[in-house]
Design a protein around this ligand. Structure first.
Ligand SMILES: [Zn+2]
Length: 131
């Protein structure tokens, strides 16, 4: 059975970000339609899932990789936004942000250091806060 799958997948394009996106979005859209029952969304979701799998099993390697490149370029902004969001959430656990009461500069300080003196890097104002 495993050999059959390996033989079947030989020379085929396989999964990439665009196929993953099509299949997952398609499934979500189909589940969504099970709730709101438009029928149209179900068809759309099904087409997305099928096309996602057509891409996975495709043998047109250069065409698929060009499509994926296009997809990655078009979604670069969105993906960067979520990456930044994730990063800032992680940073929120490790740092506290204070605002200098003289010049409104944002100052990032590591958490859990107790009461510390913070010196504003912009105007040199010093104040004591609990980190
Ligand atoms: Zn300042």
């Amino acid at each position: 059975m495993k050999d059959k799958i390996i033989r079947f997948m030989r020379g085929r394009y396989g999964n990439d970000q665009l196929s993953g996106f099509l299949i997952w979005t398609g499934l979500i859209v189909m589940v969504l339609d099970a709730i709101i029952k438009t029928g149209i969304l179900y068809g759309l979701g099904l087409v997305m899932v099928i096309y996602g799998y057509v891409r996975v099993f495709s043998k047109k390697y250069s065409l698929r990789s060009a499509q994926n490149k296009w997809f990655l370029e078009k979604t670069a902004g969105v993906r960067l936004y979520f990456k930044k969001l994730k990063k800032s959430k992680e940073a929120g656990k490790e740092y506290r942000i204070f605002i200098c009461n003289k010049c409104d500069q944002l100052i990032r300080v590591p958490r859990g250091r107790g009461k510390i003196e913070i010196r504003c890097p912009k105007c040199g104002n010093k104040f004591i806060k609990k980190s």
